[in-house]
Design a protein around this ligand. Structure first.
Ligand code: TRP
Ligand code: SF4
Length: 332
């Protein structure tokens, strides 16, 4: 039986953090056993917001792919590639752009949110408005049936389905309607309890040194009702405890007891968490370092991925050209 196909992507806009590991990467690693997976570095999408500092993209791509590999993505099982190296993404983006009414795009909640939040980025551009259309092209180029994404991406999936319905309605059943595949893991909050995000600078990067991990852990927000060490705490309302549950579940019960009985203070609790995180990330970071030092290997993996992705992408575009009448050379 042929495996169902999956495509997902990540924008290379900075170093990856713990949230990427538990929210996306660990899930991708599991999926590669069951599906035919395409994992893409969404560099065009990154450029839409980072074009003023585009020279950093290349380093970031190597850095992120090293994290992917360290997390366990296996190039023998999955196709890892860079979006801009497979030109058909832009072909299909254009074919979809002509079907996407401005109203759909202007109403998209992620668009409105980003326009509010990234005020310093000058993203009120033509391309940025079309962000979800390019994402729809990414997904459909591989006829991905399911798309593993976080909840924040649901509006983009909805838009993809609308574009697919419009395309299929006009030209015939070419694309399946992709469904989102949400992870079971609850979202990991940032150090300050807000959403973990590069723009809030409230994350622990997968490449942070042990001292940095200790320092950042110490800065975490705790149960606001526990001000003095003698106050009893409420672990369920404490972000630090959430981290214990995910990264050191064997300590969970003991920590809850210290906290509720005011036996140990938050400083000590966070210090122990920091040590656990350092230990948790140790083997990951050793694997990551080995990949960082072997850039040729990463280049090779991405080149192989480009070739594999291109095969599928070309086939789909051939079909699209055929059904739309956009044949490259009409006399042939
Ligand atoms: N927009 C996604 C994000 O920011 C990245 C992305 C680009 C993507 N193309 C995709 C995700 C296609 C899934 C499928 O996380
Ligand atoms: Fe949070 Fe630990 Fe302090 Fe309890 S003791 S409030 S779990 S940091």
């Amino acid at each position: 039986m042929t495996k169902k196909r999956i495509l997902s992507g990540m924008r290379p806009t900075g170093r990856l953090h713990l949230g990427h590991l538990v929210g996306a990467l660990n899930n991708w690693v599991r999926l590669q056993e069951e599906y035919e997976c395409f994992f893409m570095v969404a560099d065009w999408h990154a450029l839409m917001s980072e074009y003023e500092n585009s020279k950093a993209l290349k380093e970031c791509i190597y850095d992120n792919v090293a994290d992917w590999l360290a997390a366990g993505l296996d190039p023998d099982k999955s196709t890892l590639f860079i979006q801009s190296e497979v030109h058909e993404h832009l072909d299909l983006f254009m074919a979809f752009s002509v079907l996407a009414p401005l109203g759909w795009l202007e109403r998209c909640p992620t668009y409105k949110e980003q326009m509010r939040e990234l005020k310093d980025r000058h993203i009120s551009t033509y391309a940025f408005l079309g962000y979800p259309v390019l994402q729809a092209a990414d997904i459909c180029l591989y006829k991905s049936l399911v798309v593993p994404v976080g909840e924040d991406q649901l509006p983009h999936l909805e838009l993809t389905r609308e574009i697919v319905r419009k395309f299929n309605g006009l030209y015939g059943e070419v694309f399946p309607e992709p469904k989102p595949l949400l992870t079971q893991i609850p979202r990991l909050s940032g150090l300050d309890g807000r959403k973990m995000s590069k723009s809030y600078n409230n994350f622990i990067a997968l490449s942070d040194e042990p001292e940095m991990i200790m320092k950042k852990t110490q800065s975490m927000f705790t149960d606001p009702k526990r001000i003095r060490k003698t106050d009893v705490g409420h672990p369920e309302e404490c972000n630090v405890f959430e981290y214990y549950k995910i990264f050191s579940p064997e300590d969970k019960n003991e920590v809850a007891l210290w906290c509720k009985n005011a036996e140990r203070g938050c400083t000590e609790c966070k210090k122990i968490l920091g040590e656990r995180l350092v230990k948790f990330l140790g083997p990951f970071q050793a694997r990551r370092e080995a990949f960082i030092e072997d850039k040729k290997k990463i280049t090779y993996i991405l080149e192989k991925g480009r070739a594999q992705a291109s095969c599928v992408a070309l086939e789909t575009m051939k079909e699209v050209r055929h059904v739309t009448g956009m044949v490259a050379c009409p006399t042939k």
